[in-house]
Write a protein that binds this ligand. Structure first.
Ligand SMILES: [Zn+2]
Length: 171
C-alpha cells in the first residue's frame, strides 16, 4: 500500500524505498519476459509461414534427376562417382549412355532420387563430382521447364537440345 508508506514517512521510509525498488525490478523482469516471448513467437510464426509456403510451392516436385556427364577420358571418374552415389544414398542409378540421348548432348548416366534425398545427394555431388559436369533437375511434369528454368548445374552448363523436349510436349 504505497499511500500508507507515504503517510508514515519517517517510520516506513526504508520499506517504501525497498518496495519501490522491488516493484520496479519485477516490472523490468516482466517486460523483458514478455518482449522476449513475443519476439520468439513472431520468429516462430515467420519460420512456420516460410515452411508452409515452401512446401506448397514445391509440392509439384515428385523427384529429381542428376545427370552425370562424361567422355571417354573421364569415364573412369564417372564410374567412381557412380559407385560413391550408389553406396551412400537411396538413389536409382540409370544405365550408361555412351552416346548423346534425348536433350543430353554428350555421354551421361542418370541418377534418380526422391525429394527427401536432395539435401544428401546434391551437397555430396558438390564436393565429390571430381570435375564432371552435372545437371540436377526436378520432375514437375514440365520437361522443358525442368531442363531450362528449373535446372541446377554443377560445373559447366552444357547446351541441351531442348527442341527434342518441345517436340515431345507438343506431340
Ligand atoms: Zn532427367
Amino acid at each position: 500500500m504505497p499511500n500508507c508508506f507515504l503517510i508514515n514517512h519517517g517510520k516506513h521510509n526504508r520499506s517504501y524505498v525497498y518496495n519501490k525498488v522491488v516493484s520496479a525490478y519485477y516490472e523490468i523482469i516482466f517486460k523483458l519476459y514478455f518482449s522476449l516471448q513475443s519476439l520468439i513467437f513472431s520468429r516462430l510464426l515467420t519460420y512456420e509461414k516460410a515452411y508452409i509456403f515452401m512446401t506448397q510451392e514445391t509440392q509439384k516436385i515428385t523427384g529429381f534427376h542428376a545427370h552425370i556427364y562424361f567422355d571417354s577420358a573421364s569415364r573412369d571418374v564417372a564410374a567412381r562417382v557412380r559407385e560413391g552415389l550408389g553406396a551412400r544414398f537411396d538413389v536409382r542409378l540409370g544405365r550408361w549412355h555412351d552416346q548423346p540421348i534425348g536433350p543430353h548432348p554428350k555421354s551421361m548416366y542418370q541418377v534418380a532420387f526422391l525429394p527427401n534425398q536432395f539435401e544428401k545427394v546434391v551437397p555430396w555431388l558438390m564436393l565429390n563430382r571430381e570435375g564432371l559436369d552435372v545437371l540436377v533437375h526436378p520432375e514437375t511434369g514440365d520437361d522443358v521447364k525442368d531442363h531450362t528454368d528449373h535446372a541446377l548445374w554443377l560445373g559447366e552448363k552444357l547446351e541441351l537440345n531442348i527442341d527434342i523436349l518441345r517436340r515431345v510436349r507438343t506431340s
